[in-house]
Every structure is written in structure tokens, then in C-alpha cells.
Design a protein around this ligand. Structure first.
Ligand SMILES: Nc1ncnc2c1ncn2[C@@H]1O[C@H](COP(=O)(O)OP(=O)(O)OP(=O)(O)O)[C@@H](O)[C@H]1O
Length: 591
């Protein structure tokens, strides 16, 4: 047999063995080499076998070689490669995604999920690069590419692989919420490079998010072992001066926070837990949240915000959320009053219907405030740091400070309280000036031609502590380019607002009365149906057994020392009373 005929036979016999086409192609490439194996003086010639059997031996040798390679790879790889895993919803995931996007690692991707452009932090690629279009795209193109890719960082070869993971479906994410994972493998023995890489990614992320404040929130119950802050938004920083508060309030808050950030060593040396709590309280729309956003922007801190009024937030949710917040950020708990109720707000017994308690899903405090599923003890544990990180700035906001418990307000939990008021005249004037900066009046009149004068006219028309800053802002928005009209019409607006408020209050009172009446009617109706039901039951049992219970006249019986009576009708001294009641005259109790 010639070498050539041997090679063709090899390939032909491989057809007989039903080998995949990929292997066949490889065999064609290796044909000359394989031919040597099958030569009369080749290594396989020692075996006195047919060509097919020789081919079988060769396959066995290759398979053994492959297994040996796998075995060695699994054992030696950890020495030369380290793999890090980053899960979506953690800050570290955002750092890495940002890094890889900056490195344009996804540029080869041709598969995208197209999502609306919003303030949500995503990592869509820049589709306008290289095009003539100057217009901002109205959608984001998020790559769904999952193939491993190699890249270099500081000269080291790295491999990245992304998995989209199982999507979780919930009411707030009917289309599913991605639970992606990124795995990064570094081909080096030096483990410290891993932390250097992550730190590098973090610094780049902080650098590029400087003009923004990153706010982490939770949309829905997150499943799995790790808590996921799944709604991450990026908001433009707000200058401190744009929040108009009383004299020195913002400066004192800023100084306090800065002082805390700089004194970690002092806290540790003094053995005092390194955390600080702030309570901002006052009517809605007076600037509590705006203050926190402005502070976070100024100090470059991320905000992790949760509202106790949200129905998904219960004890375990809050604890998991708190323990998954990194050090050096702001933990914001909004509507903190929702987990405190006062005695005078107790709703009394819950009306019971045949199917159980009525209206449990609409439970609220008597005042109409939503009631939280979080207990006070869980909240206190979270603030005290049980299962949560030290080094945290904790902010709580509320519109109802009177409802807070003194245990919550004690120093160590709340270290600084700031009260917010409805707007003063000075605040109204400042807000006006902020609305019309450098505005030149086209038609100066005898009243004065400067914005300063108009701001005074505006403030004059605003009664002290009657309107929130948010309400004044809403009014000024009606006159974005007309400062004179804004100042001149404000008195009319105030009158109009007072009338609308009066009407709104009357409507609310009316609705409250109606609701109360409906609840009382329902309770009376249920009481009547319960009575009727009991009546029917007793009539039915009376007709089924004419004398189920004999109403034995209570004869005077002398109780024995164990409380039993003597004589033929000897029984428990309380029994005749029970018997009489069970005969259909028991009054139903509303639990
Ligand atoms: N003191 C203020 N200075 C500047 N803007 C303010 C001020 N107060 C409120 N605003 C404006 O009103 C809007 C609502 O403000 P913000 O959310 O900070 O109020 P809040 O006190 O946190 O309200 P709530 O108690 O309802 O959460 C924002 O757009 C903000 O710009």
C-alpha cells in the first residue's frame, strides 16, 4: 500500500467510523503526518492490525492525551489565572462595566437590546461614533454579546466573559429584569493585580461620574442570596446654592458631614461606632431631599435610597438592603415615620367579614399616612449597625416628626436634626432671584428696574410660612421669562390658592365622612348577617334534635371542695350558663 493510498484509506475509514466533519477536515490537513503513522515503518506498523483498528488505536491515544491535558489544565490553571465574578446590581459591577465600555471592548458586538434613553445607569455603546450625526440618540444600545473576549490591561492578558443570566419577572419589571454576571480572568500569578485592577476601574468610574450623583434604589423584591440595588440612576449634580434654606443651615450641615468623613481614626481610637445620623424633617416640598442630593454631589458620595412607605420593604428587606451598602456613601431612608404609630391613631379593631379581615391590603395609620411593613426594632437594628457597614452617613426624612419614637431620636442614632419650614419672605426673594439670573428688564418702570426690586415685590406678596418652596417654584415656572408679571400677579395667585385649598379640604372632609359612614354601615350589615346566621343555626339544631340540651333549672347545689356540685345533676358550676348560651342566644363578637 502506498502512503497516499494509506492516507485516503484513513480518511475513508473515518467516514466508516462516522466522525464529525470538523475532525475530517483536521485529518485532511494532517494527512501527510498521519500517512507516516500508517507507513510500513511508522510507529503503528508495530501493531499487526488492520487500518481501521490502527485508526481506533490512534483515536484512543488522542482521547487519552486530551484527558491528560484537561486534568493538567484544571490543576495548573489556578496558579496562572485568577477569575473574578461581578454580579449586576452591585456597585463593583457598574465599575467594571464602565471600564470595559471605556475600553470599547464591546465594539465587536452586533447584538443589542434597544432601550429608551433615561437617567437609569446603563452601559449602552456609543452608536454615533464616526457618523456625521451630531444629534443625541434617543435610545440606548446595550450589547447582549456573550462570547469571551481577550483584552490587555497594563500589559497583562485578561479575558472577559459576560452572561445575561436568568431574567427575573415582577410587577414592576413585566419584561424581566436582567441579572447579568461578568467574569474576568487574569493570566498572571500575581494576586494583588486583581485588587489593583478593580481599584483602577473604581477610580475611572468616580472620575467620569464627577458631574453626576449616582442614586441606587430598589424597584422590586430581589431574589437570590445577594441583595440587588437594581435601579441605578445618574442625576446631574445640584449646586449647594440652588437649595434655598435658612441662614447658615446648609453650611453647618456640610461642615458636619465633612468633619465626620475626616475623623474615622478618632472614632476608632475613642471606640465609638463610626457612623452619623441626620434627621431632616418638615412639610413636603421644603427641600429635604434636594439638600441630600446637593450634599452628595458636593462630596462625591453615592446615595442608596429606600422608602419605608414602599410595600415591598419589610424587616428582612431593609436589613438585607442595609448590609449590602458599601462604606463611604449616604444611606437615605425616606418616610421614616411610616413605621411608627401613635396611640391616638390606632385604627381599632379590624372589621371581620365571612372571608376574614376586611381591607388588610389598604392598611394605613389613622391619619392616612401609609403604614410600613418594617418594625421599629428592625429599623433601630439597621441604624445601630447590626448587619450593616460602619462608615456610613445615615439620613432620614419625614413630614411627621411628632410620630417618631424617642428611641429612634436618641444621639448615636440621630446625631443632628434639621427642621425645614414653609417658605419665608427671604426664601421667596432668593428663589425669585435664582429663577431670573442676569435678567435684564426690557421695560423699566417707575417701581424699579432691577430683579432685586421685583424679588422684593414678589416676597411682599408671599405670606410667611404658608407655602412650600416647591409650590413657589411651581408658580414661578408659569412665568419663566416674565419676572415682572410673576412679581405683580403673585398676590392674585395667593388668593386663588387659598380658595382652592379651602375647597380641597372640604372635599377631603366630605370624602372622609363618607368613608367612615360606609365602614360603619358595613360593620352593622355584617353584625346583622352574623346574627341571622346564628339564629338559623340554632333553629336548625333545635329541629334536628328536639332536646339537645335540657335546660335543667339550676337547683341550689352545694359546691364540693373541687368546685363540683353534689347530687344527680352534679356538674361544673359554670356549665348551665354555657349550655344556655349555646342554645342560640350567644352574642357574636367582632374580633
Ligand atoms: N428650599 C428649597 N430650595 C430650592 N428648591 C426647593 C426647595 N424646596 C423645594 N424645592 C424644590 O421643590 C421640589 C421638591 O423638593 P424636595 O423633594 O427636596 O422636597 P422635600 O422636602 O424632600 O419633599 P418631601 O417631603 O415631599 O419628600 C424640587 O424640585 C426642589 O427643587
Amino acid at each position: 500500500m502506498t502512503p497516499d493510498s494509506t492516507q485516503s484509506d484513513v480518511v475513508r475509514s473515518s467516514y466508516n467510523l462516522g466522525l464529525p466533519t470538523g475532525i475530517l477536515s483536521a485529518l485532511r490537513v494532517l494527512r501527510p503526518g498521519l500517512g507516516q503513522l500508517f507507513n510500513s515503518d511508522g510507529p503503528l506498523s508495530l501493531l499487526n492490525l488492520s487500518d481501521s483498528a490502527k485508526w481506533f488505536v490512534l483515536g484512543a491515544i488522542l482521547e487519552a492525551g486530551r484527558r491528560l491535558f484537561d486534568w493538567l489544565y484544571v490543576r495548573l490553571r489556578p496558579r496562572w489565572a485568577s477569575t473574578m465574578e461581578f454580579n449586576e446590581g452591585n456597585s463593583q459591577y457598574d465599575w467594571i462595566v464602565h471600564f470595559l465600555t471605556q475600553e470599547r471592548l464591546w465594539k465587536r458586538s452586533r447584538e443589542f437590546r434597544v432601550v429608551p434613553k433615561s437617567s437609569k445607569l446603563r452601559w449602552g455603546i456609543d452608536t454615533t461614533t464616526g457618523s456625521q450625526e451630531s444629534q443625541e440618540p434617543h435610545a440606548e444600545y446595550v450589547p447582549t454579546f456573550e462570547q469571551p473576549q481577550l483584552f490587555k490591561w497594563r500589559g497583562y492578558v485578561m479575558e472577559v466573559q459576560r452572561e445575561n443570566g436568568e431574567r427575573t419577572y415582577s410587577l414592576s419589571h413585566p419584561d424581566g429584569q436582567p441579572n447579568g454576571t461578568i467574569r474576568i480572568t487574569m493570566y498572571t500569578k500575581n494576586l494583588s493585580l486583581m485588587s489593583q485592577f478593580v481599584e483602577d476601574a473604581r477610580l475611572r468610574y468616580l472620575e467620569s461620574s464627577k458631574p453626576n450623583v449616582i442614586i441606587h434604589m430598589v424597584d422590586a423584591q430581589s431574589y437570590g442570596s445577594e441583595f440587588i440595588w437594581n435601579n441605578v440612576k445618574s442625576k446631574a449634580k445640584r449646586p449647594l446654592s440652588s437649595v434655598i434654606l435658612g441662614e447658615g443651615v446648609m453650611t453647618s450641615l456640610l461642615d458636619d458631614v465633612k468633619e465626620f468623613i475626616q475623623s474615622e481614626e478618632w472614632y476608632v481610637a475613642a471606640g465609638i461606632p463610626y457612623r452619623r445620623g441626620y434627621l431632616l424633617y418638615g412639610p413636603p416640598g421644603t427641600g429635604k431631599s434636594s439638600t441630600i442630593y446637593a450634599l452628595a454631589g458636593e462630596l462625591g458620595l453615592d446615595i442608596y435610597a429606600i422608602s419605608l412607605a414602599a410595600s415591598i420593604v419589610d424587616d428582612s428587606f431593609l436589613q438585607r438592603a442595609a448590609s449590602s451598602i458599601p462604606k463611604g456613601c449616604i444611606f437615605l431612608i425616606e418616610d421614616v415615620d411610616c413605621c411608627f404609630s401613635r396611640d391616638d391613631e390606632d385604627e381599632g379593631p379590624i372589621p371581620m367579614g365571612p372571608m376574614g379581615p376586611i381591607g388588610m391590603s389598604m392598611r394605613s395609620h389613622g391619619s392616612g399616612r401609609p403604614k410600613s411593613a418594617v418594625s421599629m426594632s428592625a429599623l433601630l437594628n439597621v441604624i445601630d449597625g447590626v448587619g450593616s457597614e460602619a462608615g456610613r452617613l445615615f439620613f432620614a426624612t419625614t413630614n411627621y416628626v411628632d410620630h417618631l419614637d424617642s428611641a429612634f431620636l436618641r444621639p448615636g442614632r440621630i446625631d443632628k436634626k434639621v427642621e425645614y419650614y414653609l417658605a419665608t419672605k427671604a426664601q421667596a426673594a432668593s428663589l425669585f432671584k435664582r429663577f431670573f439670573p442676569n435678567y435684564t428688564l426690557s421695560k423699566p418702570d417707575e417701581k424699579g428696574s432691577s430683579i432685586n426690586d421685583l424679588s422684593e415685590l414678589f416676597a411682599e406678596g408671599i405670606p410667611k410660612h404658608e407655602f412650600s418652596t416647591a409650590e413657589l417654584q411651581g408658580y414661578l415656572l408659569l412665568y419663566k421669562r416674565e419676572p415682572r408679571s410673576a412679581a405683580e400677579n403673585v398676590k392674585g395667585w395667593v388668593e386663588q390658592e387659598r380658595i382652592s385649598r379651602q375647597e380641597r379640604e372640604e372635599r377631603l372632609e366630605e370624602a372622609r365622612k363618607k368613608k367612615l359612614k360606609a365602614a360603619m354601615d358595613m360593620q352593622a350589615q355584617m353584625q346583622a348577617s352574623q346574627n341571622a346566621f346564628n339564629q338559623d343555626k340554632s333553629t336548625a339544631s333545635a329541629s334536628a334534635s328536639p332536646a339537645p340540651v335540657s335546660l335543667v333549672p339550676l337547683k341550689e347545689a352545694t359546691p364540693n371542695p373541687e368546685g363540683k356540685t353534689d347530687g344527680a345533676g352534679a356538674t361544673d358550676s359554670t356549665k348551665p350558663v354555657v349550655e344556655e348560651k349555646s342554645n342560640g342566644h350567644e352574642t357574636p363578637t367582632i374580633a
